[in-house]
Write a protein that binds this ligand. Structure first.
Ligand SMILES: Cc1ncc(COP(=O)(O)O)c(C=O)c1O
Length: 499
């Protein structure tokens, strides 16, 4: 399996030419990375046309919605000047620090942020000719949302997309995939659940034997790191800059539960710009970074038992773990009438906030709890901001609610349960299972990656070790303008010939 996001140069002219032909036939214009980072720069005409495009359709213009700035409240202005977000009130979080959450369910088609990573991983291959849209299948290994994003992008571009994901993921994900793949064989179910990333790799090795399959491995694609550094980092920065307060605010931390560790790249951007610390989060039931641990867990989207190649571990400041008992319980508190009643009547949470709680999927709740832990650990106050993201919303987990009810609550959830869940999992959210990483701790986590990438996946020791140096990560930044230039050339050639 290759991790090589291609260098910004043409690797196969004939394939590139065929790709241009296909883009022209399908009327696809490829957005640049810079446009997705700053959607205000998307041409006026595109923004006008977007007004009449359904955000859930496989429409080429929806590529221009693959960013954090979608306006969900009105079609009149599809692109917002500030990403939609919520500053969680202390009535809900129990801490004074301001925890701000950006909403991933505003992304198009899959209503989750992973469509951004999927587009970023494919587009360099299209413009360089490293992937043949008409003749190859794009294979998307994932624990759930990345493969949906990949299938959506594949469908727009007119290529076959193959989703590889554990069979134990939510029914909603499979229902979505069944509607979007062009052939049912393009959904490959691997054994297990969240933490079974090795089984996903094994299936990909099998598929990679066929030259018609190209594996877009999010766990090692540098484009996944870069797109989150540029786009997610800038989006969080924009939200922070827009926050008003009587006293000056400080961005103290960016918190992200890691799956492929793409999203946490935003932490590198934010640290460089605002001096925030970067907090990596995992499930307590599978505490790989924290304790070199292993196990099964239910926080869908955060894959485990390995350290992704694209995780800049040496720049990560804190590792913490959240139990799936907490995320399951809060899924009910946030998404039941009883939970809302309790939060409103006993905690004073406003209707406006309650209405947004369905934008929090399971890993989003995990992020919020880790943000609370971070705020408590650093004893943060009202002028301190902890930023995180809600990767997807609760709609992906409706079927999980029934399971949680029967497995954890004897089939019913009443006001007393709501009170106990709030007390135990929010007020009781403590600073346990959290380490502020020393240099040695970082090295220990970094070294753990050796067993996946060198021993298991056959990478060279040198390419593995190079990532310990900050210069490796800063050096990657030059790729982005170079890819943008190649995107421009492809767009120009596709439309010039079309005239
Ligand atoms: C629901 C959900 N949460 C969190 C993540 C983790 O994000 P990342 O892979 O960028 O680390 C994912 C990734 O697939 C996800 O689908």
């Amino acid at each position: 399996m290759s991790h090589s996001t291609p260098a910004p140069r043409i690797v196969d002219q004939a394939v590139r030419d065929r790709n241009i032909e296909r883009l022209r036939e399908r009327g696809v214009v490829l957005p640049r990375f810079s446009e997705l980072a700053n959607p205000q720069s998307i041409p006026h005409a595109v923004r006008e046309d977007l007004k009449s495009v359904d955000r859930d359709a496989a429409h080429p213009l929806n590529l221009f919605r693959v960013h954090w700035f979608n306006n969900s409240s009105t079609l009149e202005e599809p692109i917002a000047s500030v990403p939609e977000h919520l500053v969680l009130p202390s009535e809900l979080t129990g801490v004074d620090a301001r925890i701000v959450v950006l909403f991933g369910n505003r992304f198009p088609m899959i209503r989750a942020h992973k469509v951004l990573a999927a587009y970023a991983c494919l587009v360099p291959r299209i413009v360089s000719g490293a992937f043949d849209l008409g003749r190859q299948r794009a294979v998307w290994p994932s624990t759930g949302n990345y493969c949906r994003g990949g299938v959506a992008v594949s469908r727009i571009l007119g290529c076959r997309g193959v989703a590889v994901l554990p069979a134990g993921m939510s029914a909603e994900r499979f229902r979505w995939l069944e509607k979007w793949v062009s052939d049912p064989a393009d959904i490959v179910r691997t054994p297990g659940t969240e933490s079974n990333v090795k089984e996903i790799y094994d299936a990909c090795h099998e598929l990679a034997r066929h030259p018609g399959n190209v594996i877009l491995n999010q766990f090692s694609e540098l484009a996944n790191y870069l797109v989150h550094y540029r786009c997610t980092g800038a989006a969080v920065g924009r939200v922070f800059d827009s926050m008003v307060s009587p006293q000056p605010l400080q961005l103290r931390a960016f918190v992200s539960a890691t799956g492929s560790a793409g999203t946490i790249a935003a932490g590198d951007f934010l640290k460089a710009r605002y001096g925030s610390v970067t907090v990596a989060v995992e499930s307590l039931e599978c505490p790989t970074m924290l304790y070199n641990g292993y196990g099964e867990h239910r926080i869908q989207g955060i894959g485990d038992k390995h350290i992704p190649f694209i995780h800049n571990v040496m720049n990560t400041d804190v590792v913490t773990a959240v139990s799936d008992r907490s995320t399951d319980a809060l899924n009910l508190l946030f998404n039941t009438a009883e939970g809302h009643r309790y939060l409103a009547e006993r905690r004073g949470v406003t209707e406006a906030v309650l209405m947004q709680l369905d934008s929090f999927g399971i890993s989003s709740i995990c992020n919020v709890l880790a943000a609370i832990k971070t705020a408590k650990y650093y004893r943060l106050g009202p002028s301190d901001v902890v930023a995180t993201i809600a990767t997807d919303g609760a709609e992906m987990y409706a079927s999980e609610k029934a399971k949680i009810l029967s497995q954890r609550f004897d089939g019913r959830f009443d006001t007393a349960d709501a009170a106990s869940v709030y007390g135990q999992h929010i007020l009781g959210c403590a600073t346990d299972h959290l380490i502020e990483l020393s240099f040695r701790d970082r090295e220990r986590i970094f070294n753990l990656g050796y067993f996946t990438w060198v021993e298991q996946q056959g990478y060279g020791v040198d390419e593995f070790s190079a990532r310990a140096k900050p210069s490796f990560w800063s050096g990657l930044q030059d790729l982005v303008p170079a890819w943008d230039a190649m995107i421009d050339e492809v767009n120009a050639e596709a439309s010039v010939t079309a005239v």
